[in-house]
Design a protein around this ligand. Structure first.
Ligand code: WT7
Length: 632
């Protein structure tokens, strides 16, 4: 299945161009199906409806687990590395993982979970999280993983949006020298989640917690006397596999829905090809399973490929900034996939942490989540890869399910800061503001995809209209990513960042609307506007322009209070880095905040702010600039 040379790469592109459905059908044949599909693809971007492999029946866990048992049952499926360097690692073979998944599937079934029920997972990075994800998939329950850094409010919002029937959590989670009190946060969330019937709690940190009779059950107890056999549920190709929430430009987070067959085919295909995975490679993706990267490239992609996937519980800087490299050396990691924010943070700590370790096992390096700047790219290439490892700069999104634009490691050309080219099978294009496709090189515009791909999101849970509006209405007939893109003279793609009101901070997607509404909860705040500005480590920092009823004094506690409100409503991942208290915000006559101007001011630009003629009151801008100068 893997593309092994540049010739094969071009051939694959040609095959796809000639017969796109045939191209994907060939890939689909490699999997175990209970019933073959009747139709490869059915699509209409005008109504945002896409179906792949209709009529087919399958189960993704049959393909992740059972399929490998006969020949590779003893191969390690998950190699888990604890937060505490002195705690023993855990290795789960495919056989053992299969067993655990079957057992937990039966636990869920015995508690009344049926196909189609939604289950929320709020867990630390422990093997049981992967086990729970796969158990849901095995019985046809739809998993909704909520990143363990989100607040009680964010958790309950997500549970309620999907009307989840059960919550799987743990007493707490280890992260560096801290413990996240997951169960007590969950308890707070569960006060306002009427759909939850029960909660299963994994013991991890042995923290003191409350267990509510008849609602809360210990994972370890439930797993004791349970049947070890579980036949996978026969799923239709288009049955929902999972929901994963992501921030939008406006309104509450969107429950992105992925379905079974297409997601399966594309995650294995992209995993094997982008990373050039070869049998017995040890692969480590440092993401959290709470994000799409963890779903597709810690769990599904690698397991579908029969690989050993490393799962790390901790953080890059604990016990010190050499932790990643120590893990690479000790485990002889071959393929390493991380985010620019981690690369920049570790670079800033100095090379002595890197040079202490032998990184010669590395063959391929990957990056994802935000644009990687040239300096970070060079450091990654020179210091981590020792100038011998190709870097795959992988552009994709929660909505795309898998990697869309990237070089294939060592196969086609790489270039610092460029994601390079769409994978064979992906028709990405750049359009101007009116939606006209810009086919020539050396242009900049908005990044779209004009033909369906198997792992694309199918809808937003409970709101198909919003799915259409968000992705298919700006440029009719095309999927719009929300990103800007430059194509150089060779036709290589470089992602320039979001063109909407989503800000990516340390690789996390933050919606301005969510943060602003948290800020507006403060009793002294009338209105606020959040924008991003360039930040050395985080990629973007958050800059808040705030109008107060009573203008705060310099030494006021208000900054802290506002950040606490954001932690409460969104989670500790979002924090305002710079505050400016202003008298007015630049608004258009239709009342929309002109963020373009605020973005410039936030990044230190006070002249040539562009066209301000549509502002209701252009004088507001002058006042803000004066405030910035006074604040220095
Ligand atoms: C947004 C999607 C996909 C997994 C992690 C993020 C940005 C992602 C790159 C890259 C430049 C990138 C885009 C995209 N992004 N990868 N290689 N180069 N930008 O998933 O949270 O859904 O965020 O991340 O802006 O739209 P996500």
């Amino acid at each position: 299945m893997r593309i092994k040379s540049l010739e094969e790469y071009h051939l694959e592109k040609e095959n796809f161009e000639e017969k796109p459905e045939n191209f994907w059908e060939e890939k689909a044949k490699k999997f175990v199906w209970y019933r073959k599909w009747d139709e490869v693809l059915n699509w209409d971007f005008k109504s945002a409806n896409v179906e792949w492999f209709k009529g087919g029946k399958l189960n993704i866990t049959e393909n992740c687990l059972d399929r490998h048992l006969k020949n590779n049952g003893d191969r390690i499926a998950i190699k888990w590395i604890a937060n505490n360097p002195n705690e023993k690692n855990i290795e789960l073979s495919y056989k053992e993982l299969h067993l655990q998944v079957c057992k937990f599937s039966n636990v869920l079934k015995s508690k009344g979970i049926n196909k189609g029920d939604r289950i929320c997972l709020y867990m630390p990075m422990v093997p049981e999280l992967a086990i729970a994800v796969l158990a849901c998939a095995r019985i046809g329950a739809i998993h909704s993983v909520v990143f363990a850094g989100f607040s009680a409010k964010s958790l309950s919002d997500r549970i309620n949006d999907a009307t989840c029937k059960a919550l799987i959590t743990s007493d707490g989670g280890f992260r560096g020298d801290k413990i996240t009190p997951l169960k007590s946060i969950a308890d707070e969330a569960l006060r306002s989640t009427p759909s939850i019937e029960f909660c299963i709690v994994l013991e991890r940190t042995k923290s003191t917690i409350d267990m509510k009779d008849n609602r809360d059950f210990w994972w370890q107890d439930e797993m004791k006397n349970v049947n070890i056999n579980c036949t996978p549920e026969e799923m239709n190709s288009e049955d929902k596999l999972f929901i994963l929430y992501t921030s939008g430009s406006t309104g509450k987070p969107k429950g992105i829905v992925h379905t079974t067959a297409g997601y399966m085919i594309y995650t294995q295909y992209s995993f094997e090809n982008v990373f050039q995975y070869q049998e017995n490679d040890l692969y480590w993706c440092t993401a959290d399973i709470g994000w799409i990267t963890g779903h597709s490239y810690i769990i599904y992609g690698p397991l579908l490929a029969g690989a050993t996937t490393v799962m790390f519980e901790g953080v890059p800087t604990y016990p010190d900034a050499g932790r990643f490299w120590k893990i690479v050396e000790e485990n002889k990691i071959n393929i390493f996939y991380t985010a620019p924010t981690a690369i920049r943070a570790l670079e800033a700590k100095g090379n002595e942490y890197v040079r202490k370790y032998n990184l010669s096992s590395l063959k391929v390096l990957g990056t994802v989540g935000e644009p990687i700047n040239e300096d970070a790219w060079n450091w990654y290439y020179n210091e981590i890869g020792n100038k011998k490892c190709p870097i795959v700069d992988t552009w994709w999104q929660t909505e795309t399910g898998g990697i869309m634009i990237s070089n294939l490691a060592g196969i086609n050309k790489e270039k610092a800061t460029f994601a390079t080219l769409p994978l064979p099978g992906i028709k990405a294009c750049i359009v101007d503001d009116k939606g006209a496709e810009l086919e020539q090189n050396n242009i900049e515009g908005k990044l779209c995809v004009k033909y369906p791909w198997p792992s694309m999101a199918r809808t937003i849970y409970g709101d198909h209209q919003r799915y259409f509006n968000t992705y298919f209405s700006a440029f009719p007939g095309k999927y719009f990513s929300g990103d800007g893109c430059f194509k150089n003279e060779e036709g290589l793609f470089r992602i320039t960042g979001r063109v909407d009101d989503v800000i990516i901070v340390s690789g996390h997607n933050l919606g301005t609307a969510e943060i602003e509404s948290a800020i507006d909860e403060h009793q002294n705040v009338c209105e606020s506007a959040i924008v991003g500005y360039p930040h050395n480590i985080k990629g973007n920092g958050l800059f808040a322009f705030i109008i107060c009823h009573q203008k705060p004094k310099k030494d006021d506690e208000i900054n802290l209070e506002i950040n606490n409100l954001i932690t409460k409503h969104v989670g500790p991942i979002a924090k305002v880095d710079s505050f400016l208290y202003v008298d007015g915000l630049p608004k258009t006559r239709s009342g929309k905040i002109m963020r373009r101007i605020l973005r410039k001011i936030a990044s230190g630009i006070t002249e040539d702010l562009g066209d301000t003629s549509t502002l209701l009151d252009p004088a507001v801008v002058e006042k803000i600039i004066t405030e910035v100068k006074n604040n220095k």
